[in-house]
Ligand binder design. Structure first.
Ligand code: FES
Length: 174
């Protein structure tokens, strides 16, 4: 049954002319309207969902932060590097800031980079060279030079970051 087959509206009541509309016609019309409404809802909701989800389902793009030249990074000490990079989250462009600690266990042949974000509630830990440990100023969390938890509320070690060296410059993936 096509929509054009439906009986006209009763101009006085402003409703369907019930006498002219049999139960069978009514059910067929309901099926037609239901199908059209469902198709319309799908046509509207699919692009809307894509907009709402944005890029959140896409794999994140790796971002490499420059930590310094191999010749400038101390072969024995822990070096703190603060970074600020532009990137995108699911919907907008954002500035991502953080701190990386970098050190070497083999005299500068290779480097280890730790994310300075405390694994408890996200404060930035501070390296204390005299005590050879990181301290979190927020709730007294302590970590070894390698990032293992010594004491306090942090549930996990500091996150170790992938490191690469290109043309004598060390990078960490954040
Ligand atoms: S945020 Fe570091 S111990 Fe709580």
């Amino acid at each position: 049954m096509a929509i054009s087959d439906l009986p006209p509206l009763d101009p006085e009541k402003g409703e369907w002319d019930e006498k002219a509309l049999s139960r069978r016609d009514f059910l067929e019309a309901a099926v037609v309207f239901g199908t059209l409404a469902g198709a319309g809802a799908v046509a509207v909701s699919v692009p809307s969902m894509r907009f709402l989800v944005g890029k959140s389902l896409e794999p994140p793009v790796a971002q490499w932060v420059e930590l310094g030249k191999v010749s400038d990074l101390s072969a024995n000490d822990v070096t703190r590097v603060n970074y600020s990079v532009r990137g995108t989250d699911a919907w907008r462009e954002v500035t991502k800031r953080g701190t990386v600690y970098v050190y070497s266990d083999d005299g500068g042949e290779s480097f280890v980079a730790l994310d300075g974000t405390c694994t408890h509630l996200g404060c930035i830990v501070q390296w204390h060279d005299d005590e050879q440990k990181y301290k979190c100023p927020c709730h007294a969390g302590f970590f070894t030079r390698e990032g293992e938890v010594i004491s306090g509320p942090p549930p996990r070690p500091l996150r170790e970051l992938p490191v690469k060296t290109e043309n004598g410059v060390v990078f960490a993936e954040i």
